[in-house]
Design a protein around this ligand. Structure first.
Ligand SMILES: C[S@@+](CC[C@H](N)C(=O)[O-])C[C@H]1O[C@@H](n2cnc3c(N)ncnc32)[C@H](O)[C@@H]1O
Length: 342
């Protein structure tokens, strides 16, 4: 999925924005996403009153709200009707799933709220979310309680991670491996890509119950359910054995303890795989990972070098780190036979 970065906007629109106003613009776009304005207008034109009625927007704000999007190049005005521009169609309809729209726009709205106390957070070291009382329940608890939330989050990632899943399947040589444990495997996007690329391989998606149900549906739809199963569990408690590949893709910080558990569960020559957007060794890239830190991302600030070091100190050998796809790093390590040394 391509990101709608600022450079995609018409130059004259950007030239009219100062950085503080960019915050308001960002919030307006977020609001349009939450209300699903672009989806409402996709392929049809409507007048302001009809839009206001459909999206429950008060007349005090209605026209300025719509006209701001005309000014931004996301809507077009034709006599008294509004329609989407190709820019809005591309970034908000064609490249975004409905799950992304619902989930990501909700997360963004929480981030704006959290950021109102940024200075307090900077001074205290506490998270913005905990200062504003936004941090409960945790993401996992929310998904356990609310199926719609589990579906939006999981299927958002199913769409978002297609590119990285294909890249991972092309990168890993699994011709000599037989079974992958996909820890925190979510929608199953990675396991499905690996299973399609390696017809001999079986995989198991370990995740919480509601997410496993969604993953099972995805594996059936992908035609790989005979080889890709799900397992409800908690990665912090224990990992099942009988897998010669253990994979952690975008599951937040992978602690030394978790890596050690993976090491113990793997047979000799077993492979561990990490895939995530780790920071550069100097901590300055990727920018959006740094920015997430201020709105309560649970990922932490591990660099890819930290993870290489952590793998080595658990005993893994032949540790390799490669930046193969966008800003995602694939880090692999092999469990040696007991006599082998690096
Ligand atoms: C950001 S998603 C990534 C999903 C998938 N690996 C991918 O790359 O698309 C993280 C997943 O880890 C799961 N998860 C988080 N903590 C977990 C735990 N303690 N035990 C099992 N699954 C967990 C979440 O439910 C979620 O599906």
């Amino acid at each position: 999925m391509e990101k709608l970065t600022l450079d995609r906007f018409p130059a004259k629109v950007l030239a009219s924005l100062d950085i503080q106003r960019a915050f308001i613009v960002s919030r307006l776009i977020n609001s349009a996403e939450r209300l699903q304005l672009f989806r409402l207008l996709h392929g049809k034109r409507m007048n302001a009153a009809a839009i206001g009625h459909a999206l429950k927007i008060h007349k005090f704000y209605l026209k300025p709200f719509l006209d701001a999007f005309v000014s931004l190049g996301l809507l077009r005005k034709a006599s008294d009707t509004y329609l989407t521009t190709p820019l809005a169609d591309k970034y908000f309809i064609k490249e975004r799933s409905i799950y992304w729209t619902r989930q990501y726009s909700k997360e963004c709205a929480l981030a704006y709220k959290a950021l109102t106390v940024l200075e307090k957070a900077l001074a205290s070291g506490r998270s913005c979310k905990s200062i504003t009382g936004l941090s409960k329940p945790t993401h996992i608890e929310a998904m356990k309680r609310d199926r719609r939330q589990a579906e939006d989050f999981t299927q958002m990632l199913f769409h978002l991670h297609q590119g990285v899943a294909t890249a991972l399947a092309n990168y890993l040589d699994l011709s000599w491996h037989r079974a992958v444990l996909d820890v925190g495997g979510g929608s199953g996007v990675m396991s499905i890509a690996l299973a399609k690329k390696n017809p001999h391989l079986r995989a198991c998606i370990l995740d919480i119950g509601p997410v496993c149900e969604i993953a099972a549906r995805n594996t059936r739809r992908a035609g790989v359910s005979a080889r890709v199963k799900t397992l409800t569990g908690d990665m912090r408690r224990r990992l099942p054995e009988d897998f010669d590949v253990i994979m952690f893709c975008d599951v937040g910080p992978v602690s030394q303890q978790l890596l050690m558990t993976a090491f113990k569960c793997l047979p000799a020559h077993g492979l561990v795989v990490l895939a995530d957007r780790y920071l550069s060794p100097d901590g300055t890239k990727p920018l959006d990972r740094l920015l997430e830190h201020f709105v309560g991302s649970s990922f932490g600030l591990a660099t890819w070098k930290d993870m290489v070091q952590a793998m080595r100190s658990c005993g893994f050998q032949t540790v390799k780190a490669r930046n193969v796809y966008q800003d995602v790093w694939f880090i692999t390590g092999v469990k040696p036979t007991s006599q082998a040394t690096e």
